[in-house]
Design a protein around this ligand. Structure first.
Ligand code: NAI
Length: 461
């Protein structure tokens, strides 16, 4: 099928590259010229395991192209994905201006045959109808220009190009986005047009039938066809549930700390209950990233708009805000005064295997430690590699873990990068002024660290 993906960030680029890999002809559009130049040269502007290989393969096969020309992309695609960012506004609501700009632009370029416009971006509930309206506005504006120039006729309802809007929320996880695209738990399609839903099913057929799955013997991927608002709500509800689950175990961890229980054992004990499940029960320094914080805030904001005060979601957010500074509390318990002390952060990104720093707990930690007069250093494998350190303030980014440890009064494990399990902790302890390890993810081997000479502090254990 002919596909156009507009907005090639974490979601758009992965979606475009994976659809091209399974044989569709995909044109990816972005208005960031630098990004497009990079992608045209076969380079991925984001770090995502397996993505570069898929991109290169599809480009060589001629099924994946990149452009800044949205008109060309819209003309090419029978399915048009909107995958631009929807960042949070200071009020907590979602900033939909990029979606609006793209929808208007699609309208201005719609011509010819029937198209399906897909909302892949996470958009406030009700956006499906709103996007439809903006596309229609775009069509009318273009017709006015054409009429003004004497080149066309006034738009009538009959002359409007045929299109439908479908909500197809994305559930991929950064760090395993390619894997998740080929091995989804479910595909949600929201919309009222059976023609559009059928085209989406045809698009995803190779994925639904598990042709690209790790385990090809699994039954087909469940496809849930819903109304458009329910599809939009499913995305918010899923993220709000997961964020709340983490806040729950963090609250339990804080109680464990006080009563002398070990939250890792408690999580195992409750996670074996199939009604609870063992995922998202790792206590630590809180959730972050580009999705959970903004999606939970947006849902709270939407509920507020309807006069509904969300007690549970607000509590999940407030537990998380406190949890993000739990490492500071633990540092103060061990080192007492932090002014003049040097703290080294192991990891900066909000989770491993991504270069995404949006709303990472490390940023709060750096800011708070700076405010208390501590000197902050950090080492993160991807940040050191990609040179993103230039965008960070209040922290000295080191190029390897031993340089990080050198002269530190304490280390804080912020991100559970796998390589942090196998560092030379004996050597690192010997380089530190005070070998203290705050394991913010309960990720390290406590006994091994203690044997290496560290004073080990976990979260809730
Ligand atoms: P991103 O910020 O990485 O990428 C957005 C891209 O859109 C950028 O490359 C930007 O240059 C481009 N763009 C903005 N305006 C444009 C325009 N007018 N024309 C063409 N391109 C334009 O965003 P990300 O993280 O990929 O998220 C996209 C959407 O997907 C958001 O709504 C997000 O909530 C949602 N989502 C994100 C997930 C993630 O893990 N990052 C997971 C699931 C959903």
């Amino acid at each position: 099928m002919r596909v156009c993906v507009i907005g090639t960030g974490y979601v758009g680029l992965v979606t475009g590259a994976c659809l091209a890999h399974i044989g569709h002809h995909v044109i990816c559009v972005d208005n960031n010229e630098e990004k497009v130049k990079l992608m045209k040269a076969g380079q991925s502007p984001i770090f995502e395991p397996g993505l570069s290989e898929i991109m290169t393969g599809a480009m060589q096969a001629g099924t994946l192209e990149f452009t800044t020309d949205i008109g060309g992309g819209v003309a090419h695609g029978e399915i048009l994905f909107i995958a631009v960012g929807t960042p949070p506004l200071p009020t907590g609501e979602s900033d939909t201006r990029y979606v609006e700009a793209v929808a208007r632009s699609i309208g201005a370029h719609l011509d010819g045959g029937y198209k399906v416009i897909v909302n892949k971006s996470t958009v406030p509930i009700g956006s499906g109808d709103w996007v439809r309206m903006i596309v229609l506005d775009g069509i009318v504006e273009r017709q006015k220009v054409l009429v003004g120039a004497g080149g066309g006729e006034v738009t009538t309802l009959e002359s409007v190009p045929a299109f439908d809007v479908v909500s197809n929320p994305e559930f991929l996880r950064e760090g395993c986005a390619v894997y998740d695209t080929f091995n989804p738990d479910r595909i949600v399609l929201g919309g009222s047009s059976s023609k559009a839903i059928a085209m989406m099913q045809e698009l995803y057929a190779p994925i639904i039938e598990r042709q690209y799955a790790e385990d090809k013997s699994l039954p087909p991927v469940p496809v849930l066809a819903t109304d458009i608002s329910s599809a939009e709500m499913i995305k918010y509800a899923a993220n709000a549930f997961l964020a709340t689950k983490i806040s729950f175990i963090n609250e339990v961890a804080n109680i464990c700390d006080r009563v002398g229980a070990d939250v890792t054992q408690v999580a195992k004990g409750i996670g074996l209950d199939s009604r609870i499940g063992n995922k998202f029960l790792q206590a630590g320094i809180g959730w972050g990233g580009s999705c959970f914080p903004k999606d939970v805030s947006a849902l709270i904001h939407t509920a507020d708009d309807y006069g509904y005060d969300t007690h549970l979601l607000k509590a999940a957010v407030s537990v998380n805000q406190r949890q993000r500074l739990i490492a500071v509390e633990k540092l103060q318990q061990v080192l007492k005064i932090l002014k003049g002390k040097t703290v080294g952060l192991l990891g900066l990104t909000f989770k491993p295997d991504t270069d995404d720093m949006r709303d990472a707990p490390a940023l709060n930690l750096i800011e708070h430690l700076n405010r208390l007069g501590a000197k902050v250093k950090a080492y993160d494998p991807i940040v050191a590699q990609s040179g993103m350190r230039h965008g960070l303030t209040g922290v000295l980014v080191e190029t390897d873990p031993e340089r990080l440890a050198d002269g530190c009064d304490a280390l804080v494990l912020v991100t559970d990068w796998q390589q942090f399990r196998n560092l030379d902790y004996n050597k690192m302890a010997s380089l530190m002024t005070n070998p203290v390890m705050i394991d913010g993810r309960n990720y390290l081997d406590r006994e091994a660290l203690q044997q290496a000479g560290f004073y080990y502090v976990g979260v809730g254990r």
